[in-house]
Design a protein around this ligand. Structure first.
Ligand code: B12
Length: 305
């Protein structure tokens, strides 16, 4: 199959379940990758014959829980509820099978497997023309805002790369920087992971001043995304995609899972079985700490009201 036809067939996966947008990038080194010791910087460290990275985006804009406004309810994020917390993997299987059937190597970027987080997905998505890097350091797509969970397939197939380069459309906007309560994006485009609530809620040693600012968040934080003007239309009226419908159906099932007082009574085993579908890697003691901190905040709000 010639290069053009092969590339077109890859692009034709757009619209398949969980694949809302597809882009193709070269598998050359990411010279501007700040984690210059991490193997993500050079895909050829993972696959010496690598030529292309197929990047997909799954729209997760429609996954919010009205209950998140209730302080006695544990709040997470769209990425968390989507099940793609550790990358979009399952929807990529048809692409991997197609490549392998045509005699090519294909390897998925999978953050849930040790050593398989092999692509800097935001930088690859930018290189594949899917969007630009916002001041909150997330990928912004003109059509989907930041509400794209990303996935990537590394392959030795020589594919036609996306030529379209999305310009940076943040311009003078600083809404995300102003909205972040812990000043984690003082330097535009650079996330301070020692301040970011999403980062601190997944690590040990949660600073007291952050506890007072995290409200009912038990995992992840979306304050910078909720402030981003490119998400406004999605916050008002999420797009309907195959996954959106799936998420909506799931929401009813998930609704009773996040009551803080119930979460605080979970055993390690119950936590594991209750949250395994969300494909997250947050240790039980961190989860318990976050739930306790959120309950303390809810009591404080109740006393003040
Ligand atoms: C490690 C990681 C985290 C860490 C650290 C985040 C970080 N920014 O490093 C923590 C746990 C904090 C985290 C949090 C979140 N994450 Co995360 N995370 C990752 C992971 C595994 C690697 C990201 C990475 O490479 N970081 C290293 C830093 C150095 O790279 P960078 O962020 O691209 O930073 C670049 C810029 O700063 C740039 N830069 C510097 N100066 C300048 C100047 C200009 C002008 C420009 C343009 C760029 C620029 O240089 C850096 C690159 O070298 C990816 C999955 C993957 N395999 O890529 C998911 C991923 C990036 N995360 C994702 C998401 C959604 C989140 C959260 C929103 C989840 C949530 N709701 O809480 C938060 C968002 C916080 C935020 N505002 O970024 C999505 C992003 C999707 C998208 N649309 O962008 C990914 C791709 C997961 C996925 N499969 O969908 N994450």
């Amino acid at each position: 199959m010639n290069k053009h036809t092969l590339s077109e067939k890859i692009r034709d996966f757009e619209g398949c379940p969980g694949i809302d947008t597809v882009g193709i990038a070269s598998a050359s080194q990411f010279d501007n990758y700040a984690l210059n010791q991490h193997k993500r910087r050079d895909p050829k460290l993972t696959m010496p014959s690598a030529k292309s990275i197929i990047v997909v985006g799954t729209y997760i804009g429609g996954v919010t829980m009205p209950e998140w406004r209730d302080s006695w309810y544990g709040r997470t994020s769209r990425l968390y509820l989507s099940g793609f917390f550790l990358d979009v993997v399952k929807p990529l299987e048809p692409i991997v099978q197609f490549l392998k059937k045509n005699g090519y190597e294909a390897r998925v970027c999978d953050g849930s497997i040790e050593g398989e987080s092999i692509v800097p997905l935001k930088l690859a998505a930018i290189r594949a023309g899917l969007g630009w890097q916002g001041k909150h350091s997330l990928l912004i797509s003109k059509k989907y805002g930041t509400f794209l969970a990303l996935g990537g397939v590394l392959t030795d197939a020589n594919l036609e790369q996306s030529v379209k380069k999305e310009p940076d459309r943040c311009h003078k906007c600083t809404e995300c920087q102003k909205a972040c309560p812990v000043k984690a994006i003082e330097k535009p485009h650079v996330l301070d992971i020692n301040r970011c609530i999403s980062s601190l809620l997944s690590r040990d040693n949660l600073p007291h001043e952050v506890v007072d600012l995290m409200e009912n968040r038990i995992q992840d934080c979306e304050i910078c995304q909720d402030a981003c003007p490119w998400n406004r239309k999605h916050l008002k009226n999420p797009l309907t995609t195959t996954m959106t419908k799936h998420f909506q159906e799931k929401l009813n099932e998930w609704r009773d899972k996040f009551l803080l007082l119930d979460l605080s009574k979970l055993s390690r085993q119950q936590y594991k079985s209750l949250f395994e579908n969300f494909n997250i890697d947050i240790p039980f003691h961190i989860f318990q700490r976050n739930v306790k901190a959120a309950i303390k905040q809810a009591k404080k709000i109740k006393k003040e009201s």
